[in-house]
Design a protein around this ligand. Structure first.
Ligand code: SF4
Length: 424
């Protein structure tokens, strides 16, 4: 669920975020009603298997959804849960900014059913926070984190950015240590990346953005990792750490290739076209396995959209792309190889109805031989059972080489991007 507004646009941010310094002027209730209208339309437009699926997680992202009045956010959440009766133990997260979260607001979110907060604290050093264009001080960030942890919301995560100009690697370590000490159960630590289309991107193009050399960023990554290991956090994804059994169910869903319904202005969704009927108005090729769409990124236009009987471009939707099994398999590899649990290549291919071709198999074999990938002891036995009667050649025999569950060895995650690129 995308809530697109922020008090101010951060210079490094390439998410859809619309600056609105006065949160009281936002269309809190109108936006909530429109999101629910969209949800009803998606269900009635023909994604008719949707509401029977298990709802594993709801994620209010942005933008800054902690700017949304808790009553309006709660109305959306109640509406979603009512339409998806199968939501046992659903993880419900709200992304928050320190400038719009205090104890009272966190408790209001708990009261409407939110069970996880993800706080974009980004750092604990005032000079670095100013460089990142953040509106809050280190002190306010730590206070908001303390309020989140002390609130009735049971689970708290924090985001931190390292590799920022002026930060020595030991300082990156000290900053995550301070965040961990506040009592979070999950921490996402991202190296600062300069994206085209952002203010930092424009400055970098003109050579006017001071940046750390790559070696220092790599050293900071290792410092962060060591500190969080020492504090009992498992490194379960390249940029994500969690206390035991506290991984983000929502993010794991993306990395494992689950389908997701995107609602709200600018939201992305990817829906499986095999587990439910195709929506009205859509015709796709035989090899299509999923539809990816993006909602209108203009809040004004999204709020005025009339969701008609057909799921089509213009009806609140600005992009629509059918995805083949081959494309989805590449995505599963690309995302699954970011995980400590790795990816079961054979089970993924079977699930998507794709044959592993010789080129992909030899690329995997080469990476295994070079030590860029390693095998994990067992594959996904549940999926294997589900596909035991598959008609895909090789599915039920041992014709395929033993590539099964593989991963990039965690000690080589610093160079994961180049390994993944070679496998695509
Ligand atoms: S608060 Fe978050 S979403 Fe909003 S502009 Fe800054 S980084 Fe982007």
């Amino acid at each position: 669920m995308h809530f697109p507004w922020c008090l101010k646009k951060c210079p490094y941010c390439d998410f859809l975020s619309l600056a609105e310094p006065d949160a009281s002027s936002l269309p809190h209730d109108a936006y909530a009603q429109q999101v629910l209208r969209e949800l009803d339309a998606r269900i009635s437009q023909g994604f008719n298997g949707l509401a029977e699926l298990e709802l594993g997680s709801v994620f209010f992202g942005g933008g800054t959804p902690s700017l949304w009045e808790a009553s309006a956010l709660g109305a959306v959440l109640a509406g979603v849960l009512a339409r998806f009766p199968n939501h046992h133990e659903c993880e419900i997260t709200v992304e928050c900014n320190p400038t719009s979260l205090d104890l009272e607001h966190a408790n209001r979110l708990a009261d409407v059913g939110v069970n996880r907060l993800s706080l974009g604290i980004q750092g604990t050093d005032d000079e670095r926070l100013r460089f990142l264009g953040r509106l809050h001080s280190a002190e306010l960030g730590i206070k908001a984190l303390g309020d989140a942890v002390a609130s009735r919301v049971p689970r708290v995560s924090a985001d931190v950015i390292f590799g920022v100009h002026g930060q020595v690697p030991a300082a990156a370590r000290r900053e995550v240590a301070r965040v961990a000490e506040a009592g979070v159960e999950h921490l996402s630590a991202y190296a600062l990346t300069i994206e085209p289309g952002t203010q930092f991107g424009a400055l970098a193009r003109k050579g006017r953005l001071p940046q750390l050399p790559e070696d220092s960023v790599a050293e900071a990554y290792l410092e962060v990792e060591e500190e969080l290991h020492r504090r009992g956090f498992g490194h379960y994804e390249i940029s994500n750490y969690a206390k035991p059994a506290r991984e983000s169910r929502h993010n794991l869903g993306y990395w494992r290739g689950h389908q997701y319904l995107g609602l709200g202005c600018g939201a992305w969704g990817t829906l499986d076209t095999r587990s439910q009927a195709l929506p009205h108005g859509i015709s796709v090729g035989e090899d299509t396995r999923a539809l990816r769409y993006r909602n209108l990124p203009s809040a004004e236009r999204y709020l005025k959209a009339r969701f008609s009987a057909a799921f089509q471009l213009g009806e609140g939707v600005s992009e629509l792309e059918p995805l083949t099994g081959e494309t989805l398999l590449s995505e599963r590899l690309m995302l699954g190889l970011r995980l400590a649990e790795g990816v079961d290549v054979r089970a993924a291919a079977l699930d998507l109805g794709v044959e592993l071709d010789a080129a992909r198999l030899s690329a995997l074999a080469r990476a295994l031989g070079a030590g860029e990938l390693e095998r994990l002891p067992h594959g996904d036995s549940v999926l294997r059972r589900q596909t035991a009667n598959s008609s895909i050649p090789g599915a039920t025999t041992n014709e395929w080489p033993d590539v099964e569950r593989v991963r990039i060895p965690p000690q080589a995650w610093l160079t994961a991007d180049s390994v993944i690129t070679r496998l695509m």
